[in-house]
Design a protein around this ligand. Structure first.
Ligand SMILES: [Zn+2]
Length: 118
């Protein structure tokens, strides 16, 4: 519906505690902290059990840029629940190849007299 007001989502979204048990202990985050203490990881290292990137783009449209949604999923150390700890969006440039013929490839027509089209 064009008249319907769509509330824009606000990013980043952060969840610090397990939605099931309330624990703030996270498996990947604690492993990263351990590695930092051993000097095997830089102080600025971030991570999660799953880092999922999803391009929010309609493949039927020609776009030069689109939204990239990044979601970081963790495992609760105390109860094993998988949950999202962080989600953010960023504008990403879409790589395009050589310029398409005017009208796009599906409307390309062979010229009269072209080889193979007698
Ligand atoms: Zn939990």
């Amino acid at each position: 519906m064009p008249d319907e007001q769509v509330e824009e989502l606000k990013f980043p979204i952060d969840f610090d505690a397990c939605p099931k048990c309330g624990s703030k202990r996270k498996v990947a985050q604690e492993l990263i902290e351990q590695e930092k203490k051993k000097g095997k990881a830089g102080e600025d290292m971030r991570g999660a059990v799953i880092v999922q990137r999803t391009l929010i783009a309609d493949g039927r449209r020609t776009l030069l840029s689109a939204l990239m949604l990044t979601a970081m999923i963790e495992i609760c150390y105390d109860c094993g629940t998988l949950y999202c700890v962080h989600a953010e969006t960023a504008i990403t440039q879409i790589q395009t190849g050589a310029p398409m013929p005017k009208g796009g490839p599906t409307q390309f027509k062979f010229l009269p007299g072209s080889p193979g089209h007698n």
